[in-house]
Write a protein of this length. Structure first.
Length: 471
């Protein structure tokens, strides 16, 4: 009996040991599997991290190529350029990453238009490789560009093809003159409306805007308009969104029509608003250099003629003055260099000659830069003139009057009174038009050979491939 019990206990111990060994084996296998999975995940994360850095590197290489193209657009169809770490100002990447970028005309790169349609589309683009605004392709000049990029680190590499579309006009809607003004033989004015803002129009409290002329007063913003308390427009207003006052008693007033999709706050108006219509694209005017213009001094007191001047900058004040000519038969025009940091015109520094005040078109200011233009009026000194600055913020402030026309990206009136010359669209010989053949900076439309210049390229397709693209 004792032997049988001992034998049974021994068997139980053996079974327990075997069970422990089996369970231990399963546990070891589970831990090994878990460790293998963890290592795989870590390795995968490492690979993903390296590929992500290579993708960032290819995007930086693309940005560099586009920036170079936009500053000096190629016109020769044989141009094939390679950029790498030996190129001036080329981006610096993480240690071990090498990037090479090749830029070539689209067809010279061996890519036909059918192939392009198979790339991933980044932005809508024409189904045929044409230039915008109806400028036709020359058989000798290829404007579209193919950018090929290879980024490599160790065993990893990223290879990308991107097609760039040439842009003759800026990407955003710009309130610029009609296409017909490109010929230089038209009297089409630069101003679609005598007060025109591309992004925002702001009117200060108690401001009164009235018209000077036979045509109806029309103000327009391609996007938004902010009307402060008790501002009054003796005419119509067009803007996608209009913001008024919080209180009905202080509501700004528009005596004419409203064309808008949304009114926020209180705005007094006689008629039901009409829908806002997206403005059509309006192209830029032609340009020549400043070579034939008179150079405007930057300091001191200057007696202006009825002529066109160029200015590196413009700062008019009581110690740096300008005097407009008496009884002018043609306007005085000032073209401000696009690199000017800030343009300030304090009306205390302007003297209008006899007869100069008869027509605000006698004094015209043009600027194609992006920095602000500030007009400061006083109760005894008003401003009379036109300002054409499609990419800049134009601010009119102070306790005086403004009489004329303004076109800017952002237009702000916080002065006392604005009198708009509504007949600016008439065929007045002084009306700012494309005829003058002067604008600024890099806005030339055609070079001496009749080939187009651009304001920028934009990427429209993206393709990643496995094979190395740039050696």
């Amino acid at each position: 009996m004792t032997k049988r019990v001992r034998s049974s206990r021994a068997n139980e111990k053996a079974y327990a040991l075997i069970s422990i060994l089996v369970i231990g084996s399963f546990a070891m296998m589970f831990l090994l599997g878990l460790a293998t999975t963890f290592l795989t995940i870590v390795r995968s994360e490492g690979v993903h991290h390296e590929k992500s850095k290579l993708l960032d590197a290819t995007e930086s290489g693309l940005d560099f190529a586009i920036d170079v193209l936009n500053r000096a657009p190629p016109t020769n169809n044989t141009d094939i350029v390679i950029y790498d770490e030996n190129t001036s100002n080329f981006p610096i990447f993480d240690s071990g990453i090498s990037v090479k970028v090749r830029v070539t005309p689209l067809q010279a790169g061996g890519i036909n238009w059918t192939s392009v349609s198979e790339f991933s589309v980044l932005q809508p683009f024409p189904l045929t490789p044409i230039l915008p605004n109806g400028v036709s392709q020359s058989s000798k000049t290829e404007y579209w560009r193919l950018v090929e990029i290879t980024a490599k680190k160790g065993l990893f590499q990223k290879n990308v093809r991107v097609v760039l579309e040439p842009q003759i006009q800026p990407f955003s809607k710009m309130p610029l003159p009609p296409v017909s003004s490109m010929s230089g033989t038209t009297t089409s004015p630069l101003f679609p409306q005598a007060v025109f803002a591309n992004t925002n129009l702001t009117l200060g409290s108690d401001l009164i805007i009235s018209k000077n002329g036979t045509n109806a007063l029309k103000l327009q913003s391609n996007d938004s308009a902010n009307l402060s308390d008790r501002a009054e427009i003796d005419g119509s207003l067009t803007a996608k969104t209009i913001t008024g006052s919080e209180n009905a008693s202080d509501a700004p007033k528009v005596t004419g029509d409203l064309n808008t999709n949304n009114i926020e706050g209180e705005v007094s108006h006689p008629n039901a608003p009409q829908p806002f219509v997206e403005p059509s694209n309006i192209s830029q005017s032609p340009t020549n250099s400043f070579a034939n213009l008179l150079q405007l001094p930057t300091t001191g007191n200057t007696d202006l003629k009825t002529a066109s001047y160029s200015a590196k900058s413009l700062d008019v004040n009581s110690s740096s003055t300008i005097t407009l000519p008496s009884s002018p038969e043609s306007p005085t025009k000032i073209y401000i260099d696009s690199s000017a940091n800030l343009t300030t015109i304090n009306t205390s520094g302007i003297t209008y000659g006899d007869g100069a005040l008869a027509n605000p078109l006698n004094f015209q200011i043009y600027y194609d830069g992006v920095n602000p233009i500030k007009i400061v009026t006083s109760s005894v000194n008003s401003f009379q003139g036109t300002i054409y600055a499609p990419r800049a913020r134009v601010e009119v402030s102070g306790g005086g009057d403004f009489k004329g026309a303004v076109l800017g990206d952002v237009v702000s009136f916080t002065n006392r009174k604005v009198e708009v010359i509504t007949d600016i669209n008439n065929s007045d010989t002084n009306t700012p038009t494309g005829q003058n053949n002067y604008t600024f900076g890099m806005v030339n439309r055609l070079d001496s050979n009749g080939r187009a210049f651009y304001q920028g390229y934009r990427p429209v397709t993206w393709q990643e491939v496995s094979e190395k693209l740039v050696d």
